[in-house]
Design a protein around this ligand. Structure first.
Ligand code: C2E
Ligand code: MG
Ligand code: MG
Ligand code: MG
Length: 275
């Protein structure tokens, strides 16, 4: 009967819920220890200048090497870290490690920009700017080679506060990129008002670029807008030659994607740099 079916559906649903919340709790507990146990690693993905075909910058992307389990990707644990507040500590580790890697690159005479991702709650953390400043100084890195990536959704929160935050970042000499551009809910009117250096076109527009008229139109509009606002542009998720050709043809400055390289461990990235 309908009633029985309904009951078993509820039981099934609650078992699923229980399993997923158990998995969450287990992940959260393990995440707490992961920093102290040195289980995080930053992989780097090259960003290429489309004119020269050379690596001009790199994005740092966190990976979690869980002993006995293997590599865990950020989509699985960053949301849990955000809900539990652990993202503050993890985010600080990312800043510390990215500064260290940047210093190693400097020592190898490799002067390329390194960007790292910030979660919205990190931007609300009042100690963040001082923390970044201290790590830049402690590692003797040139701040103009550091870039922070923020998603559009951070910008809609509180304009005055974000404006202040970004201005302070700029004063340090660090630059700012808007990540996953085009997927957020913010209004475009903030763009000329905020101190922003780059926009990163979300890979959802690049992925079907060649087959979709509307995606091509969106990408062209973003390129035109970035050009008139004098913002740098990076296309994310470039996987095939035809996408690269289209972007080049329309003067997109930089691109990142599996066509060039996946995110790789630091040593491997250094080999890519040496070519
Ligand atoms: P994101 O910042 O937009 O990073 C780009 C993501 O796209 C990366 O996934 C990268 O591996 C992937 N990607 C790059 N090229 C291609 C391509 O050609 N095709 C496809 N299908 N994917 C491509 P990843 O490393 O799994 O990171 C996922 C997201 O996790 C990031 O998206 C970012 O939002 C977040 N994340 C990563 N590292 C950190 C971190 O240190 N802190 C914070 N707060 N978030 C992070
Ligand atoms: Mg990013
Ligand atoms: Mg992105
Ligand atoms: Mg993303």
């Amino acid at each position: 009967s309908i009633k029985q079916g309904g009951k078993s559906a509820v039981q099934f649903y609650s078992r699923e819920l229980k399993e997923s919340s158990l998995r969450r709790m287990e992940l959260e507990a393990a995440l707490r220890d992961a920093i102290d146990n040195g289980e995080f690693e930053l992989f780097l993905q090259p960003i290429l200048d489309l004119d020269t075909g050379k690596i001009s910058q790199a994005e740092a992307l966190i990976r979690w090497r869980r002993p006995g389990i293997g590599l865990i990707f950020p989509d699985e644990f960053i949301p849990i870290a955000e809900k539990s507040g652990l993202i503050i500590a993890i985010g600080k580790w990312v800043i510390q490690e990215a500064s260290r890697l940047l210093a190693v690159l400097h020592q190898q005479d490799q002067f390329i920009k390194l960007s790292l991702n910030l979660s919205p709650s990190q931007v609300s953390d009042r100690s963040l700017l001082g923390f970044i400043q201290r790590h830049i100084e402690a590692n003797h890195v040139d701040p103009t080679y550091l870039e922070l990536e923020l998603t559009e959704n951070v910008l809609v929160n509180d304009f005055e506060r974000i404006n202040h935050f970004l201005s302070e970042v700029r004063k340090m000499g660090v630059s700012v990129a808007i990540d996953d551009f085009g997927t957020g809910y913010s209004s475009l009117s903030y763009l000329p008002k905020l101190p922003i250096d780059f926009i990163k076109i979300d890979r959802s527009f690049i992925g079907e670029l060649i087959d979709s008229d509307s995606n091509r139109a969106i990408v062209l509009a973003i390129l035109a807008m970035a050009n008139s606002l004098k913002l740098g542009v990076i296309a994310e998720g470039v996987e095939v030659e035809s996408q690269k050709a289209f972007l080049r043809e329309h003067h997109c400055q930089s691109a990142q994607g599996y066509l060039f390289s996946r995110p790789v461990p630091f040593d491997e990235f250094c080999k890519l740099l040496r070519g």
